[in-house]
Design a protein around this ligand. Structure first.
Ligand code: PEP
Ligand code: MG
Length: 919
């Protein structure tokens, strides 16, 4: 291992912004800011390599690191003229985690480290404030006991409550009916007097002794070592693990640990602390945005106990917010504005900053690329490209295709009747309806039963992460735009309304204070677990009941980004769509054709299913043909609708694929009904049902195998497609039908079905007196189809890889049953990701490449597409680009994601300047 520690301070730093892997995002940002001459309290970063070595050695710091830490502390001491452990000139430090990717609130932080009784007295003398020194000390004991010594916070709550109640009595506040949260609001830390604090500190130490059997550690070096190990240890706490899994952060990265001289935002009214974003993280608007609290320390803003104030005078809508930092500390505010602009220019991206003002002097404590909603990501990328800060290519690469999913989802229908329950902060955009739940566990449980839930809390904490993940939306009564709930919800792309002070949550219900149009209190309403509410995270409004929503549209910056993406991508993007309605949605989202129209979905319609069943159960070919004749006009009508919607674009229609028994009547009533219409006894029908049952239908009588035994089904479908094509062409609409055979694996299967289609085509063209061009092709869904692709290409003019079935048949894992155990496979590292969502490149990908090579060798220019679920998955799309396919096809709502992912893939593969694939 190279060096373990990177120092920063007084304008110089050992590391820089490029070393995120080694120093973590926070450490790299602190080093870079120091280099830029921005005021940063000095300190040092212990590398992520040390964290990994700590784990490798069984949770002990590697040899030599402790000496390096001592040396770095020595450097810090001489720089600041203070000493760790000295009562006369005490050095206090913060110890904070910081991984390569930001994981807000997931790991641990300890502030005010370096205090004991004697040093606290020294600090009181030095700062002239006994109250301040004792408050810092009692906060330190609490955090250290919880994080390092493992004494649960709850054990300290009674003692703190007692101290608050004593203070309340002294201040004449009636505290008898207040719960802990209300009491904290009425009697904040700043109102606890030195005597109560001293008593509280003693009680906290007694609790530590009782819980651990040892006194609270007095030696600052012992404290420091404990804190460093705890920060490394927090890399593997439960919530960090859940977060890593959700965001695909590898365990092997480890966290760095930052030790930094403390500055204090709670030294009086000329001090404060806050967080800021260089642009609005919710909307992406270019405005300096953030929150602060006067006379407060570090985590107070994010903890959401006190509702923070805006930074700028005009931020809250009125032009003169007297609580703003701009109004209260104009000098520090002006410097902060200048620093944030510099940092954004330097890093060429939106930054998330933490700052503290100690007695009017500004310090930056953190600077990192800010988390943002999908909407904000798009706006920021496009505007930065227009401002000339980044190139268009960079703008395309900046937006995570997965994150734009949020933009494609519905928003509240402005015209729908609705009852406003309350208003809070618009913390994370999007509409969400669900049943109210009051705990993360309950959210997870109900979501597991398929229910949509809204998690309602006073304030979320990192322990709630699993519930937030399970919920559709999150509502909190406290906390600001940078509270835990807001930050995490934005990262997850979930709707969130935060700081909704009209609600109060306790004992399994939420009480909402109602106001009339003039803002006067007009009573209360109780919402219980299971009641439906709707959140509009874009406006911060909470509605009672379910409110209708309207679909998303691609306009503004999003539309522009898509145009830029389209200009660089090579892959074409089609959509899987079975109905004219889906086809229209897909086209609106920019689909360049239909890559898969699954005709079986058309069979389930109430009017048709009877005829389908009749066809399946008919005793002979004549009976089957009679039933198919009933289906023909329906199918033709479907195809006319789809061709019209996709005028001028290719439409790939797959002939019937699933095993026939899927269409059979399942219950008594359906059987009786069918027996009446067909004039066949119920017993006979049941017998036929049994005859068709298969042990393994996925590998049974399905796909083109149906056409070998009952060619009349495909004949009817081919006729419906070609008649529809002639009809639409006759109306002057350009049609491009592609007829696709599922589940083939031999040349002979394709030769038979192709002859069938050609025969029907000639009949239809003769009857209609016109010809339309069509293509004949096949899906590649079986390993044998890839292996024999050379022969299949003799018959097929195009291949479409059905990677759902190809994954199933290559891995030998049933796509219907995999859910039960694939989670464990991913967890134990057998697969990095679920292979049904993200293509198994080494395995299934190799078969795609084999199919491509053998197919194109037999038929140069053979058109190649993919229509399995992987067609909408960004990392799979990157592979399809490298593999040189012509198009991907995905569900309508994923089309924009695929367009962006295809552009990114082309930029990464260097193929963006090449010709566009053929359609
Ligand atoms: C596939 O197998 O990938 C495919 C697209 O077909 P289906 O999902 O209908 O089996
Ligand atoms: Mg399939």
């Amino acid at each position: 291992m190279a060096r373990s520690i990177y120092f920063f301070g007084a304008g110089q730093a050992d590391g820089d912004a490029r070393q995120k892997d080694l120093l973590g995002g926070k450490g790299a940002g602190l080093a870079e800011m120091t280099r830029l001459g921005i005021p940063v309290p000095p300190g040092f970063t212990i590398t992520t390599e040390v964290c990994n070595a700590y784990y490798a050695a069984g949770k002990v710091l590697p040899a030599g690191v402790e000496d390096e830490i001592k040396a770095a502390i020595g450097r810090l001491e001489s720089l600041l003229d203070a000493r760790l452990g000295s009562p006369d000139a005490p050095l206090l430090v913060s110890v904070r985690s910081g991984a390569r990717a930001s994981m807000p609130g997931m790991m641990d932080t300890i502030l005010n480290l370096g205090l004991n009784d004697e040093i606290a007295r020294g600090l009181a003398r030095r700062t002239g404030s006994e109250r301040f020194a004792l408050d810092a000390y009692r906060r330190f004991i609490l955090a250290y006991a919880d994080i390092v010594l493992g004494v649960p916070r709850e054990r300290f709550e009674d003692a703190l409550g007692r101290a608050r109640r004593q203070a309340a009595a002294r201040l004449g506040v009636d505290a008898t009916l207040l719960n802990a949260a209300e009491l904290e609001r009425k009697v904040p830390d700043s109102l606890l007097d030195p005597e109560s604090l001293a008593a509280l500190i003693q009680q906290q130490k007694d609790i530590v002794l009782d819980a651990t059997g040892r006194p609270f550690p007095e030696d600052p070096y012992a404290q420091l070592q404990g804190a460093i190990c705890a920060v490394f240890g927090s890399w593997n706490n439960h919530r960090a693990q859940v977060y890593r899994k959700m965001h695909d952060i590898p365990e092997a990265w480890g966290t760095a640990c930052n030790i930094q001289a403390m500055v204090f935002g709670n030294l009086g009214d000329d001090s404060g602390t806050g967080v800021a974003f260089t642009r609005d993280p919710s909307t992406g608007e270019r405005r300096f945005f953030g929150e602060w609290l006067p006379n407060a320390q570090g985590e107070d803003v994010v903890a959401g106990v006190r509702t923070p104030h805006p930074l700028s005078r005009s931020a809250s809508g009125s032009d003169d917010d007297e609580r703003s930092l701009e109004a209260r500390m104009p000098g520090a505010y002006a410097e902060l504005v200048e620093v944030q602009a510099r940092l954004e220019r330097h890093f060429r991206d939106m930054q998330d900053l933490e700052f503290t003002i100690q007695q009017n002097k500004l310090f930056l404590l953190q600077c990192r690329t800010g988390k943002r909603t999908g909407r904000a990501a798009v706006r920021i990328a496009v505007e930065m490209a227009k401002e000339g800060l980044i190139s268009r290519e960079e703008a395309i690469l900046r937006v995570d295709p997965g994150a734009i999913d949020q933009l494609l989802h519905p928003s509240i229908d402005p015209g729908a009747p609705k009852k406003v329950l309350a208003r809070g902060l618009p913390a994370s955009p999007g509409a969400a309806t669900g049943q109210v739940v009051f705990s993360a566990d309950e959210a997870e449980r109900r979501a597991g039963q398929g229910k949509a839930v809204i998690l309602v809390r006073s304030e979320t904490s990192p322990e709630d992460i699993h519930g937030m993940k399970a919920a559709r939306g999150i509502l909190t009564s406290r906390g600001g735009m940078t509270s835990h709930a807001a930050v995490v919800a934005r990262g997850m792309g979930k709707s969130c309304v935060a700081g909704c002070s009209a609600i109060s949550v306790s004992q399994g219900q939420m009480t909402v204070s109602l106001y009339d149009d003039h803002g006067h209190a007009s009573g209360t309403l109780t919402v219980k677990a299971g009641d439906l509410i709707t959140l509009d995270g874009s406006t911060g409004t909470v509605y009672l009941g379910a409110v209708p929503t309207v679909p998303a549209t691609l306009s503004g910056e999003f539309g522009e980004l898509m145009v830029w993406a389209d200009a660089v991508r090579r892959l074409r993007v089609r959509s899987n769509a079975d109905t004219p309605h889906d086809a229209r949605t897909a086209r609106n989202f920019g689909a360049e054709g239909i890559g898969l129209c699954r005709t079986e979905h058309m069979f389930f319609d109430e009017e048709r299913i009877e005829a389908v069943r009749e066809m399946i159960l008919a005793p002979d070919e004549a009976g089957r043909r009679r039933a198919l004749a009933k289906l023909l006009p329906f199918q033709r009508g479907d195809f006319v609708g789809v061709f019209r919607e996709m005028a001028g674009l290719p439409v790939t229609i797959r002939l019937l694929d699933p095993p026939l028994h899927e269409f059979l009547p399942q219950d008594e009533a359906q059987l009786e009904q069918l027996s009446r219409t067909m004039g066949v006894s119920k017993r006979d029908l049941e017998r036929k049902n049994e005859e068709l049952a298969e042990y393994n239908p996925m590998l049974g009588h399905r796909g083109c195998r149906l056409a070998i035994t009952s060619p009349e089904i495909y004949e009817m479908q081919a006729r419906a497609i070609l008649e529809a094509a002639c009809e639409v062409a006759a109306a002057g609409v350009e049609v491009e039908p592609e007829i696709m055979i599922p589940l083939s694996m031999t040349r002979r299967e394709l030769a038979i079905t192709r002859a069938l289609v050609e025969r029907v085509a000639e009949q239809v063209f003769a009857e209609k007196g016109r010809r339309v061009d069509y293509r004949f092709g096949t899906m590649i869904e079986l390993p044998r189809a890839s292996i024999m692709a050379g022969e299949l290409a003799e018959e097929a003019e195009f291949f479409s890889f059905g990677t759902n079935d190809l994954t199933q048949t290559t891995l030998g894992i049933s796509r219907d049953d995999a859910g039960r155990f694939l989670g464990a496979y991913v967890e134990s590292g057998v697969f990095a990701k679920d292979p049904f969502q993200s293509l198994d490149v080494p395995g299934v990908g190799a078969l795609v490449e084999m199919g491509r090579d053998r197919g194109r060798a037999a038929r140069p220019g053979l058109k190649l597409g993919i229509c399995g679920e992987h067609g909408g998955d960004p990392s799979s799309i990157a592979f399809f680009e490298r593999a040189g396919l012509d198009y991907v096809s995905c569900s309508p709502f994923r089309v924009p994601i695929a367009r962006l992912a295809a552009a990114q893939a082309a930029l990464s593969a260097g193929s963006s300047k090449g010709p566009r694939a053929t359609d």
